[in-house]
Design a protein. Structure first.
Length: 206
């Protein structure tokens, strides 16, 4: 299928997104901001979306050379190839109850192997962690670390958590810390890896 057809397929599937998303995700509490944003994108061209990303969003530094992350109010927008978009969707769904991820909403095809994934946090806004790190209550930080440890106990590791604080965010009420880059996650860690990661975790400061 050519890129135009692929894009049109995703655009068509997103028509009436508000009506479709609410019953599809009844327990996820997707924000009105996210629903409205999906509807807006479904009626936009790739050029308009790209200009929006460049002019209206805040870029978030990530280490991946073939993906980009953006922040817009309480949304995170991840532009990547199809493989990363697929992995991101699966990982967000797998860990949606971990307390440290945004929620997957939808992804759109912007062209050949070019996808934009919409992630939502049902709060007024997301605040970069580094801007308010010294104001966050110790118990909020500890809860975040405890949730990361639960994943490690399940032999699951997102190495970016330990390598990139730029993708850490705090909800507007200051009660929750989350991480925005979940495209690359390692499962089924071996014993030696688990031991090394646990040692690293002991010395990890956020």
């Amino acid at each position: 299928m050519d890129p135009v057809s692929i894009t049109q397929k995703f655009i068509n599937s997103a028509k009436g997104a508000v009506n479709k998303l609410v019953p599809k995700y009844p327990d996820q509490n997707i924000s009105e901001t996210a629903l409205e944003f999906v509807q807006r994108i479904s009626n936009s061209t790739t050029k308009v979306i790209t200009e929006f990303l460049e002019k209206k969003t805040k870029p978030v530094q990530i280490r991946s050379e073939d993906a980009k992350l953006y922040r817009y109010n309480n949304l995170l927008l991840y532009r990547s190839n199809g493989e990363k978009a697929f992995n991101l969707e699966q990982n967000l769904k797998d860990f949606e109850h971990s307390g440290i991820t945004p929620r997957f909403v939808k992804y759109f095809s912007l062209g050949q192997d070019d996808f934009l994934t919409i992630m939502d946090v049902n709060e007024k806004a997301l605040v970069p962690y580094y801007k308010v790190a010294d104001k966050i209550k110790p118990e909020v930080k500890q809860t975040f670390k405890n949730n990361v440890k639960k994943l490690l106990n399940g032999k699951i590791l997102n190495r970016e958590l330990f390598a990139n604080k730029d993708a850490l965010f705090v909800t507007s009420d200051g009660k929750r810390i989350l991480f925005g880059d979940w495209a690359d996650v390692s499962y089924h860690l071996q014993h030696g890896e688990i031991k090394n990661v646990n040692e690293m975790f002991k010395n990890w400061r956020i």
